[in-house]
Design a protein around this ligand. Structure first.
Ligand code: FES
Length: 164
């Protein structure tokens, strides 16, 4: 997967987005949403650039806002975006063993969201609206119901064996 490296960020795209919002710091969240739409995540030096270009902001402030809101991703997403539900219904039916099996199978370290090869990104969500099928995992929009740690490993093995 090609991930846009920090050095390759096109700052003209950032300038365009900030200009759309008049470089107004009260629009920072909307600006960050647009940047995330553009790059699929918030690259660190995009946040630094915004923090130095906009009056009344600093890179630290921009970073603080980006990390406060769960909607922002500071890491690039994988080719396969996996959401593991840990809402109440899924939790009581064993979502944690499923999540642990996912992390072990994909060799994700603590706090790591995207695999080193960029193939998978894994996030925990609080409800996917399919509580009757708990515990639920969604991969690129496809719902996998009633997961167990063994079942989720089979799902991952199948995807991995498809020659990705
Ligand atoms: S709690 Fe998992 S789908 Fe609702």
């Amino acid at each position: 997967m090609s991930v846009e490296s920090p050095q390759k960020i096109d700052t003209s795209k950032l300038d365009k987005i900030m200009a759309e919002y008049n470089y107004d710091k009260s629009n920072l969240i909307a600006i960050l949403q647009k940047v995330q739409e553009e790059f699929k995540y918030l690259p660190e030096n995009a946040m630094t650039y915004i923090g130095t270009k906009m009056e009344g902001l600093s890179p630290a402030t921009v970073y603080g806002v980006a990390t406060f809101y769960a909607q922002f991703s500071l890491e690039p997403k994988g080719k396969y975006e996996m959401k593991c539900c840990d809402g109440t219904a899924c939790h009581v039916r064993g979502s944690m063993p499923v999540l642990n099996a996912v992390k072990a199978r994909l060799k994700l370290k603590d706090g790591q969201m995207t695999t080193d090869d960029g193939l998978f990104s894994v996030e925990t969500v609080s409800c996917l609206g399919a509580c009757g099928l708990a515990p639920v995992v969604v991969i690129n929009g496809k719902v996998y119901p009633q997961m167990t740690s063994d079942a989720v490993k089979i799902v991952l093995d199948t995807i991995l064996s498809e020659g990705n």
